[in-house]
Design a protein around this ligand. Structure first.
Ligand code: FAD
Length: 150
């Protein structure tokens, strides 16, 4: 068994609607369990930041399917590494929008890991990308509300 973690960023198309996010989440939650994929998808207009965890082959296949999706473009791999264990094992995929950076906690997190006041995943190094995703997961796990509205 060779577990991998892949983190990438991409840019959502300008016409992206909240229904698109809901559709993406629905497909992910339908497909990922069958492929043993877990992870988290974070959206902050226009950027996506996603972590995929699973078997090397499945992560690879899922990533290559995702990058062909016309709802986003300019994918950039931040990290693709073997891991000993998963960090997001409770989610086949969960989506979080941090568009309005509505809570002070989220604003502080963005500043902490990106050095900017808006989320710019492609400016994050692998360590900061993962730490940001883990911290934001903690906040939203507690709130039980995943704010899928844009
Ligand atoms: P369906 O789920 O049946 O497709 C559902 C609907 O989505 C279609 O009717 C269509 O309206 C729309 N759609 C599907 N594919 C496209 C496309 N390429 N372009 C525009 N609209 C489309 N999929 C996963 O399985 N796991 C993931 O973790 C995952 N993460 C994603 C992250 C991002 C940022 C994006 C943009 C997409 C992600 N997807 C993910 C979706 C993935 O790109 C494929 O669309 C999906 O896997 C196709 O699943 P399906 O064959 O079951 O199609």
């Amino acid at each position: 068994m060779s577990l991998y973690r892949l983190i990438y960023s991409s840019q959502g198309i300008p016409s992206l609607q909240s229904q698109d996010l809901k559709d993406i989440l629905e497909s992910s939650q339908r497909n990922n369990p069958a492929n043993g994929i877990t992870g988290l998808l974070c959206y902050s207009k226009p950027a996506f930041l996603q972590v995929l965890e699973g078997e090397c082959e499945q992560v690879n296949e899922t990533y290559h399917r995702i990058v062909q999706d016309e709802r986003h473009h300019s994918p950039q791999i931040i990290e693709c590494v073997p891991i000993r264990r998963r960090n997001f094992e409770v989610w086949s995929m969960q989506a979080i929008t941090v568009n309005d950076l509505s809570t002070e906690q989220v604003r502080t997190l963005v500043l902490k890991y990106s050095g900017f006041t808006t989320l710019r995943p492609n400016a994050m190094d692998p360590e900061h990308g993962l730490s940001f995703l883990l911290d934001i997961a903690k906040i939203y796990e507690l709130s039980d509300n995943f704010f899928l509205d844009l």
